[in-house]
Design a protein around this ligand. Sequence first.
Ligand SMILES: Nc1ncnc2c1ncn2[C@@H]1O[C@H](COP(=O)(O)OP(=O)(O)OP(=O)(O)O)[C@@H](O)[C@H]1O
Ligand SMILES: [Mg+2]
Length: 303
Amino acid sequence: MTVKSSVDSISSGQPLLQLEHLSVASKKLPSHCLVNDVSFSIEAGKTTCVVGESGSGKSLTALSVMGLLSKQLQLSSGKVLFNDAELGILDLAHLDSESLRKIRGAKIAMIFQEPMTSLNPVLTIGYQIGESLTTHLGLKGAALKIRIASLLEMVGIPVDRANSYPDELSGGQRQRVMIAMSIACEPQLLIADEPTTALDVTVQAQILKLLDSLKNRMNMGMLFITHDFGVVADIADNVVVMFRGKIVESGTKSDVLNYPQHPYTKALLACVPDVDGVKPLQPIDYRWLDELSPVGVLEEELQ
Ligand SMILES: Nc1ncnc2c1ncn2[C@@H]1O[C@H](COP(=O)(O)OP(=O)(O)OP(=O)(O)O)[C@@H](O)[C@H]1O
Ligand SMILES: [Mg+2]
């Protein structure tokens, strides 16, 4: 494996993941950054929530970590430093594709924004959960069956459903299958891209609780993308707020939720409905954009 940069092995004090000045652009229009100079880090056993409106660059940031940007896009600058327990610090932005493939699924896993399209409808869920166990850990036969059963149990799906096909399960169960697939190889880092957006609130609460307990049990770092500040309040340790490809604010959950500094964060928080119905919903006031000088954004777009 090509190790681009090796500082120390999982050295104390080094975060599990560190994004340094990451930028993503379209190959056709390299001067227009879709993700622009993004830097933040995630510690083992901690959750960083990335929030921001649609199109702000959350998913592209996550896909950059996984080395899964589409062919039209490129990482135009920056580093993705992953502190691997065995190999030390790797710059995933400059790793060859074969080495990245070995890390994906095994050490870093992702729950995608659209889980329904990530499950294969013609394969049983047991088979799909087992695939990465065979590929990355070489598990087969009885050992594989036992591990699949324990993963199903962990995510609260009856073991006898291993032979079911995705369309025989409910939406919440399918999402649990996706979680079982993502944690199968006990990754050090789990990236979850809006994993609960499509689910009703009861199932959402169960899934969040499940992810949080798995994170604690496995000391995983978690990069959790969401639109929902209720979710942030539930599970985040740290928060990164993105707008039009840039980070406008980041900090601990308590600082960002209680003492937001940036007008966009304040505006987002003002949009959170009040359960008592006391606080009226506020439209976002974009006048602060004058000060932000956004990347290639025409203000008319926001009117
Ligand atoms: N393959 C692509 N080619 C060109 N532009 C793209 C491509 N993929 C995404 N974009 C653009 O990059 C920007 C960021 O997209 P991204 O998917 O990261 O947004 P997001 O914050 O995840 O939004 P959402 O909350 O809707 O999922 C958007 O303007 C989007 O249109
Ligand atoms: Mg997205």
